[in-house]
Design a protein around this ligand. Structure first.
Ligand code: HPA
Ligand code: MG
Length: 218
């Protein structure tokens, strides 16, 4: 069982790359500080995660559960790599997909209650190998609550793949089974991660600038 998943660790000292070294949409040129994880590196890491997921989960029907909206890019690319493995291997399994959104009702932060919106009836997960796909684990509170909820439907197995995990003192100690990158406690955007819905239309994962924060603040 994968208890402490290894991943690419991005140190607190990592400076990232100058924006001018990559292609950035012009409408965001003053809203970003640095390119933090270039799109190509995300792809390469995702390809490897696909292999590890298939090794651990590939013995039985997988339901891939995308947590929207932030998870959609990672989900789509991860599944493309898993599909490539399935069509080039002697061993393959069917995979079905579902899409959910989570609304958290956390007036009191200690009782993180969530509501699952959209998706099929959760009873479709019974007896399946469920792969939850997320963009980022920050405190981990929401994921812990979601896992508790899904357990009630008796899936055969539940694993979580998160592209990013934040190193933050606010963490409740939850660690996903498959992690792309561990990142410092900074606000990152791009590759479907947003700041008030902006920056999802950006390929690279970047650090937002003060100008950007001000411009797109809620
Ligand atoms: N970026 C985007 N969304 C997030 C982040 C982040 O750094 N942390 C939690 N949700
Ligand atoms: Mg978000």
């Amino acid at each position: 069982m994968a208890t402490s998943s290894s991943c690419v660790v991005i140190s607190d000292e990592e400076q990232g790359y100058d924006l001018d070294l990559f292609c950035i949409p012009k409408h965001y040129s003053s809203d970003l500080e640095r390119v933090y994880i270039p799109h190509g590196l995300i792809q390469d890491r995702t390809e490897r995660l696909a292999r590890e997921i298939m090794n651990e989960m590939g013995g039985h029907h997988i339901v891939a559960l995308c947590v929207l909206k932030g998870g959609y890019k990672f989900f789509a690319d991860l599944l493309d790599y898993i599909k490539a493995l399935n069509r080039n291997s002697d061993r393959s399994i069917p995979m079905t997909v579902d899409f959910i959104r989570l609304k958290s009702y956390c007036n009191d932060q200690s009782t993180g209650e969530i509501k699952v919106i959209g998706g099929d009836d959760l009873s479709t997960l019974t007896g399946k190998n469920v792969l939850i796909v997320e963009d980022i684990i920050d405190t981990g509170k929401t994921m812990k609550t979601l896992l508790e909820l899904l357990k009630q439907y008796n899936p055969k197995m539940v694993k979580v793949a998160s592209l990013l995990v934040k190193r933050t003192p606010r963490s409740v100690g939850y660690r996903p089974d498959f992690v792309g990158f561990e990142v410092p406690d900074k606000f990152v955007v791009g590759y479907a991660l947003d700041y008030n819905e902006y920056f999802r239309d950006l390929n690279h994962i970047c650090v937002i600038s003060d100008t950007g924060k001000e411009k797109y603040k809620a």
